[in-house]
Design a protein around this ligand. Structure first.
Ligand code: ADP
Ligand code: MG
Length: 394
């Protein structure tokens, strides 16, 4: 269902409560180590300002669990935003209260106000209606641009929409459009790639991909569980024993749906997850008892690349090896290069796989890198996300 965006509504003279995702990665000393998320919100903020709105920004940072945590204040974010926007950002050290109300009332069109970390307030993650009303009282309009939290029903991204008209910002619009394209009438053949470590978290996605994909390529820790379900001996590899039955059921369902489910034919094995010494390439039926699978093997990379070359659409979640160790990032990098080289419409989603693809230096040749982790997964599971549901339909 197409959603209303900030292009579909009068903004001039309005106070706009804008929920953004400024949950940036931070270094040990608390400084911002990567400002991608702040940059990603700029098109929406700039558009609102240029069209005469007064912009009230709200975001969470980390997991303060309803309490003020000094190291999770948004001051550094306000400063970085100020540099990027090239204009003053008024920052209040509170989520609600008289100081916030006054700052919002005094805010002129074309000016920016940033509230304190919304998760300092215990009502935020409880979606407390009283808090949602307080947010709404600050503004005339609600703009939803925090796709990364869209799978959560919190006061600043869902509750507030009960009291104000809600429209999407540009980041939210881009995510919805691109992700929808993979779910509805995708260009065939559809190749889905699933890796990562937590089978339990991904069974829902895999099950939905069975209906969408022509081919599913499995790697990462996930593939170990599937190989184990086929009785391969995997030595000391990560295998989620409680997921073996689920894995077997997915393989059976793939057969029933006529979906080609490809497991690795060979793997990189090592003596530890981060122990490169002694690592080597073996067939999946020859994993030594004292070693573990840490990456897809060389033949598997070629096999996967061949399917990707012929794809119309590629959807990918989860790295195919322990990419944090350079020697075990090769499978993920080879597949990332294949996706980048293909003419397919390609979407990659998931915190770790996106980091791996950026590390591979091919991010520019991917059609869309999703900014959501959990939100992207739930979208791919076919669930309606509460943070999207509250946005007005066009
Ligand atoms: P994403 O964030 O992309 O959704 P996940 O969080 O599911 O991905 O999984 C990422 C983790 O999976 C990484 O920390 C990576 O080291 C781990 N992983 C990948 N392959 C293996 C493997 N063969 N054995 C153990 N862990 C693995
Ligand atoms: Mg992850």
């Amino acid at each position: 269902m197409p959603k209303k965006t900030i292009k579909d509504i009068e903004l001039r003279g309005k106070r706009v409560f804008t929920r953004v995702d400024f949950n940036v990665p931070r270094a040990q000393d608390g400084s911002i180590s990567d400002d991608t998320k702040i940059r990603a919100a700029l098109p929406t903020i700039s558009y609102l300002l240029q069209h005469g709105a007064a912009v009230i920004l709200a975001s969470h940072l980390g997991r303060p669990k309803g309490q003020v945590q000094e190291n999770l204040r948004l001051r550094a974010v306000a400063e970085r935003l100020e540099q990027l926007l090239g204009q003053k950002v008024i920052y209040v050290r509170a989520v609600t209260g008289p100081e916030v109300t006054q700052a919002a009332q005094e805010l002129q069109p074309g000016r920016v106000l940033l509230l304190e970390n919304v998760r300092f307030h215990p009502g935020e993650t409880k979606n407390d209606p009283e808090l949602a009303k307080e947010y709404a009282a600050l503004a005339d309009l609600f703009v939803s641009d925090a796709f990364g939290t869209a799978h959560r029903a919190h006061a600043s991204n869902v509750g507030i929409a009960a009291y104000l008209p809600a429209v999407a910002g540009f980041l939210m619009e881009k995510e919805i459009n691109n992700l929808s394209r993979t779910l509805h009438n995708p260009q065939k053949p559809v190749v889905a790639i699933v890796g990562g470590s937590k089978t339990a978290d991904k069974i829902g996605v895999l099950t939905n991909f069975l209906r969408l994909a022509d081919t599913i390529l499995l790697g990462g820790g996930m593939a170990n569980t599937f190989l184990a379900a086929k009785s391969y001996q995997l030595g000391k590899s990560l295998v989620e024993k409680e997921q073996l039955q689920q894995a077997a059921a997915v393989m059976k369902a793939a057969e029933k749906h006529g979906v080609r489910l490809c497991l690795p034919v060979d793997v990189t094995v090592a003596f530890g997850l981060h122990e490169a010494a002694g690592a080597c390439n073996v067939n999946v039926d020859a994993v030594p008892a004292d070693m573990m699978v840490v990456d897809i093997g060389e033949e598997t990379r070629k096999l996967f690349a061949a399917y990707i070359r012929g794809a119309g659409t590629v959807i990918w979640n989860g790295p195919l090896g322990v990419f944090e160790t350079d020697a075990f990032a090769r499978g993920t990098i080879a597949v990332a290069q294949a996706v980048a080289a293909s003419a397919a419409f390609s979407i990659i989603g998931g915190g770790d796989v996106v980091a791996a693809v950026e590390k591979a230096g091919v991010a520019n040749n991917i059609s869309h890198l999703s900014t959501g982790g959990g939100a992207t997964l739930e979208f791919w599971e076919g669930k309606e996300l509460p943070g999207i549901a509250v946005i007005q339909d066009l």
